[in-house]
Design a protein. Structure first.
Length: 309
């Protein structure tokens, strides 16, 4: 029985098309020029960058243009370039998630890669962040890991679930989750300060504050006073820890107060979508600073003269 073959032309819907010469034949068993598949999160980042470039230049957003933008990068990285279906799936998911919206069917209406798309207001806010792209939960989780290698997995889970809730439009749930992530991060830093105390009496007082009835503002003050006291030693320990932790502790405190607490209060429950989004996207930066300071106190367990109540 002869091998079943089919005609492909570069640019068609066939997954083998983009890696085979125009009007050539390819076995249905697969293209001989196939390469490894690009990971989903890496492909998503390339698509996002293409969307940014197209939007910034005022060009019409089309899947075919995205494919053109990323083809060379795929080749340079040794990835398969016949990925029309995968790019279409990711882009269309962005439509269902409110990032993009179809505005016009192209001349070749039978080809979805020629449909015209545009960013929504929400999509413009998401795609034009200065730092990492937080639309994809897996990519966001990786960003948290890059921000702090030793980041507590509970913090990662809270934060990632916050993003998932936000994407689905569950703003109150997202506010609660990002607030919980912020509180956990602050308590981890405070715990490292407590354990660094040389004096057991001081350590006991701080432990009582941490596990007892101390309010979060009191804990913030302990953190600020001790990180200020050891500022020079912290920078000697880690030159990258030059940024003052106070700003980021206050940022996390704001996530707790404005997001979680206000979202769950039954009388005046409220959660602003833009503020929740800002909290989610700013969390990795705050965590990076928090954990650099945490590393210093953790490395000096039981050896510092800690300021106590």
């Amino acid at each position: 029985m002869p091998t079943l073959t089919f005609k492909v032309a570069c640019g068609t819907h066939c997954e083998a098309s983009c890696c085979c010469p125009s009007n050539s034949s390819a076995s249905i068993k697969g293209c001989p020029m196939s390469a490894k598949q690009i990971p989903e999160n890496e492909l998503t980042e390339l698509i996002v960058q293409s969307l940014k470039d197209q939007h910034r230049s005022g060009n019409i957003i089309m899947i075919s243009a995205i494919l053109g933008d990323i083809k060379q990068t795929l080749t340079n990285r040794g990835y398969e370039i016949a990925i029309l279906n995968r790019v279409t799936d990711i882009t269309w998911k962005m439509v269902t998630d409110g990032i993009l919206v179809p505005i016009q069917i192209g001349k070749d209406h039978m080809r979805i890669d020629h449909w015209h798309l545009r960013l929504t207001a929400y999509g413009d806010r998401v795609l034009n962040q200065n730092r990492n792209f937080y639309y994809d939960p897996d990519g966001y989780s990786m960003a948290l890991g890059r921000a702090a290698a030793a980041v507590d997995q509970t913090v990662v889970q809270y934060a990632t679930e916050a993003l998932k809730c936000y994407k689905q439009g569950f703003i109150f749930a997202a506010a609660v989750m990002v607030g919980a992530a912020a509180e956990k991060a602050i308590l981890i830093l405070f715990e490292s300060i407590v354990e660094a105390a040389q004096d057991p009496n001081v350590r006991g007082k701080l432990e009582k504050a941490m596990h007892g009835t101390a309010k979060m503002p009191t804990i913030y003050k302990y953190i600020e006073s001790n990180t200020t006291k050891f500022r020079e030693k912290i920078e000697e320990f880690d030159p990258k820890a030059h940024e003052c932790v106070k700003h980021h502790v206050l940022s996390l405190a704001d996530m707790i107060r404005r997001q979680r607490n206000e979202a769950v209060h039954p009388v005046n429950a409220k959660a602003d979508s833009s503020e929740v989004f800002l909290s989610i996207t700013s969390l990795p930066t705050a965590l990076e600073v928090i954990y650099r300071h945490h590393a210093f106190f953790f490395a000096n367990k039981g050896s510092l003269v800690i300021i106590a109540p």
